[in-house]
Write a protein that binds this ligand. Structure first.
Ligand code: IPM
Ligand code: MN
Length: 359
């Protein structure tokens, strides 16, 4: 008898388009894992605005407890315009930031690849888009997002945050980047602002120390302003991009434009007690509830979960192939082009399932 392996995950659909894309991705997860001899059980808990509507916290205790008790967490999106007037620490996104910290996932991997079908609609030249295959390795548990002291004194008219990294924080994220580069094309581009910031000087020193342990991996340093330009000008020259929390946030949205839509970019947050997987896009309140969102970033995030938390790289390959096949014919509005069939979020999910059947 074949032994069925059991895994438990937690779903945090969150806000806006989060629930729609999560639903579409869940079916893909069931089909692929079943094929690989796994049974995935899930629980669902609220986070962000969805948790706040009844007067709760953006990251309720129960949600956090549940997250810590599973193999992996799959998150849709957080954020709601109804919370715009609140201070950052009380907004829906605070729930996400607290969760990342509690899980200890300090490494956020954001792969940027463009399938042939989308290359024509890229913000860069199609030949360049086709050759692009880069991985942003963003530090996720420190830097400006979490640094103390921080504050806002509206009366005095002063706001402040702290950008600080310790050697060990830089070392662990750099090690992840070099390990990944070794299995990729062997090049790390470390991005900082070392011409201005002391913290970037330390970043460079530590990254160079780590680089010495990886004789087979080439290291280059690049200032963040130049990197913002080069990632659009010649994205095909990048392999593994190592950077801090804020720079990684900004550069990954820029890099998303190489794929033509932020609705295509998945992410994996690893290095902690268990992994968390979420699309790079946000809650998109303007199209929420209309079945218009692109679920592919979420579906590809499921693939990353299978690769990094369940060691099922082949299942991730399968999902990626199914996505490529699907967009040959079907497109959501954000990636729609002439001659293709425009579909909504749920139908896109179904079409990915149909493509999977054929693989
Ligand atoms: C991202 C998002 C988040 C971030 C927000 C929602 C807090 O923009 O994952 O890129 O800044 O990390
Ligand atoms: Mn972002």
């Amino acid at each position: 008898m074949i032994k069925v392996k059991k895994r438990k995950i937690l779903l945090l659909p969150g806000d806006g388009v989060g629930p729609e894309v999560t639903r579409a991705a869940l079916d893909v997860l069931s089909v692929v894992t079943e094929r690989k001899g796994y049974r995935v059980f899930w629980e669902q808990w609220p986070i962000g605005w969805a948790a706040m509507v009844d007067g709760g916290e953006p990251l309720p205790e129960e949600t956090l407890k549940a997250c810590l008790a599973v193999d992996a967490v799959l998150l849709g999106a957080v954020g709601d315009p109804r919370a715009d007037g609140l201070p950052p620490s009380e907004r829906p996104v605070a729930g996400l930031l607290q969760l990342r910290r509690h899980l200890g996932c300090f490494a956020n991997l954001r792969p940027v690849r463009v399938s042939d079908g989308l290359a024509r609609y890229s913000a860069v030249k199609p030949e360049q888009a086709r050759q692009t295959d880069l991985m942003i390795v963003r530090e996720l548990a420190g830097g400006l997002y979490y640094g103390e002291p921080r504050g806002l004194d509206e009366e005095v008219g002063r706001g402040w945050n702290t950008l600080s990294y310790e050697r060990k924080e830089i070392r662990r994220i750099a090690t992840i980047a070099f390990d990944l580069a070794r299995d990729r094309r062997g090049k790390v581009t470390s991005i900082d602002k070392a011409n201005v910031l002391e913290v970037s000087r330390l970043w460079r020193i530590v990254v160079e120390e780590v680089a010495r342990e990886y004789a087979d991996v080439e290291l280059e340093h690049m200032l963040v302003d130049r990197a913002a330009m080069e990632i659009i000008l010649c994205p095909e020259n990048f392999d593994t991009v190592l950077t801090d929390n804020l720079f990684g946030d900004i550069l990954s949205d820029a890099a998303a434009m190489i794929t033509g839509s932020i609705g295509m970019l998945p992410s994996a947050s690893i290095g902690g007690s268990n992994g968390m997987y979420e699309p790079v896009h946000g809650s998109a309140p303007d199209i929420a509830g209309r079945d218009e969102a692109n679920p592919l970033a979420m579906i590809l995030s499921v693939g990353m979960m299978l690769r990094y938390s369940f060691d099922l790289g082949q299942a991730d390959d399968l999902i990626q192939q199914a996505v490529v096949k699907t967009i040959e014919t079907y497109r959501t509005g954000d990636i729609m082009s002439e001659g293709k069939t425009q579909v909504g979020c749920s139908e896109m999910g179904e079409q990915v399932l149909a493509s999977l059947e054929m693989l």
